[in-house]
Each structure stands twice: as C-alpha cells, then as structure tokens.
Design a protein around this ligand. Structure first.
Ligand SMILES: [Zn+2]
Length: 297
C-alpha cells in the first residue's frame, strides 16, 4: 500500500513539474496578492478552523481535503499541489495525519512557502509505536496548534502582527475557559466510558480522564468484523452504556446497529475531520463536550 502511494506521488510530482513549466508562474509569494490577504493552504478541516480562529479576515484559506472525504486515506490531486504552490503558508496537522504533506510541499516547488507542522510541541500519544494524529480534539493541544499557526502568520505577514496576536490571545482564553468548565463537570462523574465511531478521542479523553471505545480503530480503517461488534455489545452491556456516538465518516450504520442491539440511543459526535456545517472550532468542541457529559451524567 505504501508503494502504491509513493508511485502516485511521483507521478504527481512529474505532472506538476510539467504543469508549472507552462502555467506562466501565476504564484504570488510576496505576501500580498490583489486582495491583500494572505493565502493559506491547509490540509483538512480542523486546520482550517484553527487558522480561521487566528487569521480571521486577513487570510484566505484553501482546504485540501474536501468536505465529506475521509481524511485518513486521502490522495493528492494536481489542483492541491497548485494551491500549495500559490500559498504563502501551508498548515498541516502532522503527527502522521497527512502522509502526503511532504510530497505536496516538494511538488509545489514553492521556495518561499512557510510550512506549519501544527502538532509540533504537542505531547503525542503513541499507540503500537505509531502516533495518534487526533491532537486537535484536545483543547490543550489545539492551543499549541493555534500558537504554531499564529507564529507562522506573523512571520508571513508581520504588518498584521497585532491582529494575529490579539486573535490568538482571545482564542486561547476561550479554550482555557471551556477546558476549566468541563474539567469541573467531568471530575464530578463516576462513569468515564463512552463509545464512538472511530478512536479519534484519545487526546480529548486525556484532557478529562475519560475512556473511549470505538467501532473503527484510530486510523478509521474499514468496517469492523462481526466479532469486534460482538465484543462491543458485550462491553456496552457490562458498562451500562446508554448512548452510542455516531460519526458521519466512520461506519455510522454500525453505530446505529450497535445502539439498537443494546437499547441505547444514538448521538452524533463531531471529530471536525470534515466540516459538517458552519460551526467554529469552539462551537463544535463545546457541543462534543456537552454531548459526552450528558451521556455520562
Ligand atoms: Zn480520525
């Protein structure tokens, strides 16, 4: 599988090299194009939300993984490389989320590009020797990610430094107060176990001393086996689980079947991996926290 991906990247790189040769070099890497806003390419939706929180109306965001696609097995297209080649800043989550990010940077041949590995400095959770990429689902880690993004925006567009600093500081206080509010709530609960679509919530759980079980694994790989479902049913019965969380992109039907089987209700939870409406990062996270809290209360 790795080999197949590699060869796709190589084909893409060659394709782009020939494309950029005849495209007339339309890239604008000088920090200000016609609308004066910074062009920021981001890998997928959570990076878009965090960049938006810090960059506000001073940046234009191009999100590479389209809404509704599964980001864990995404493959680059030529248009995505074009977007990176025209961007001043490229933000990706890192921690292994975007196996294609470096190929995009190389193929973009954008010598002034500022790259942001947003999870740099995050305390990563390693499972089976591999990093869990879902850092953005922790309010604590998202604060670090927003800081990394802010630093890059300031570097790319120093004229608007105060604006980015102000947004970052307001955003991080909101993250902190949301954390405090729910830390207090979750600390008062005896039951800390919840069940969801794929194992995206390890960092979220670490923030609040919770435990997740899931239909799909951490990389959202495939539909679960009958045996796995039987184990989940047993787990839910033993732990008196009365809510099963469903994710739009991670076997939603299986979550529904599981809930039916154990007589639980189904609630939709939002990993932010793909945009599901106009919710900001903070709104989406507040909703997730409330839903999980209510299900355990
Ligand atoms: Zn995921």
């Amino acid at each position: 599988m790795e080999k197949k991906h590699l060869s796709v990247f190589l084909i893409m790189a060659v394709l782009l090299a020939s494309l950029s040769g005849c495209a007339g070099g339309g890239g604008s890497n000088s920090g200000g194009d016609k609308d004066g806003r910074l062009d920021v390419a981001v890998s997928f939706n959570p990076m878009s939300e965090l960049a938006e929180a810090v960059g506000g109306d001073k940046i234009d965001i191009y999100t590479i993984v389209p809404d509704g696609s599964e980001p864990h097995d995404f493959e680059l297209k030529a248009g995505d490389i074009q977007a990176v080649s025209e961007a001043e800043v490229f933000v990706y989550n890192g921690a292994g989320m975007e196996s294609w990010a470096q190929a995009a940077v190389t193929a973009s041949e954008n010598s002034t590009l500022i790259e942001v590995d947003a999870s740099e400095g995050c305390d990563l959770i390693i499972t089976g020797g591999v990093a869990d990429p879902h850092t953005w689902l922790s309010l604590k880690m998202a604060r670090i990610q927003a800081l990394n993004i802010k630093n890059a925006l300031v570097q790319a567009d120093p004229v608007n430094r105060d604006y980015y600093e102000g947004n970052y500081s307001a955003f991080s206080s909101e993250l902190d107060s949301l954390y405090e509010e729910f830390k207090f709530k979750f600390d008062s609960l005896a039951d800390k176990n919840f069940v969801t679509g794929h194992a995206a919530f390890a960092y979220f759980c670490r923030d609040f001393g919770l435990r997740q079980s899931s239909v799909e694994n951490v990389f959202a790989e495939g539909e679960p086996t009958a045996r796995k479902i039987a184990e989940l049913v047993e787990y839910c019965r033993e732990n008196n689980v009365d809510t099963v969380f469903m994710e739009e992109l991670a076997s939603p039907k299986v979550s529904e079947t599981l809930a039916k089987e154990i007589g639980a209700k189904v609630e939709k939870i939002y990993t932010l991996e793909s945009s599901e409406g106009n919710e900001s990062y903070l709104d989406g996270m507040r909703k997730n926290l409330s839903l999980v809290y209510e299900s355990l209360r």
